[in-house]
Design a binder for this molecule. Sequence first.
Ligand code: IMP
Ligand code: MG
Length: 178
Amino acid sequence: MTDDIQEILLDEETISQRVSALGAEIDVHYEGEEILLITLLDGAIVFTADLIRNLRRPLRLDCIRVSSYGDSTSPESSPRILGNLRAEVEGRHVLLVDDILDTGNTLSRVQNEILSRNPASVHSCVLLDKPARRETPFKADWIGFSIPDHFVVGYGLDYAGRYRQLPHVALLKPEVYS
Ligand code: IMP
Ligand code: MG
């Protein structure tokens, strides 16, 4: 598996420092409030697991799964929400957490769904942002790293379901895709 990696873009230490800084910023924002953190499966699980251990505010966790990629590197333009949220959203302070903000289609779809349920607030936090790829305008409130337009894997991000367990964010060798 490590033979498939071309280059490490973000190493473990860099990610870990940034995730604790994000946790501190988010804590300041939510002073006196309880967070309903909604994580987008599957890609955000690793980031979420580390992020919540850097949050000191009261927090409840829920998950949502959105259809996006099959086994290719280009997304469907209209993501569907699969399954239901267990948590009551009305009146709650919702924090959406995703691995990467790419076209913006997924997070804007999910944000609209949450807004339709009358939350007290909705914010979003992503580990990675690829601003060059945006199709639907979307600004995340907290961003770990802005990266150029490369397909990346690791730290939860996959290619065809694989490489999620890498501790860093990396680029794959071009031959892996062919
Ligand atoms: P969107 O294009 O902003 O809707 O992002 C949809 C989803 O595509 C993200 O939550 C990721 O799971 C996935 N994605 C986007 N870019 C990458 C990438 O570079 N590597 C792996 N997954 C990606
Ligand atoms: Mg994915």
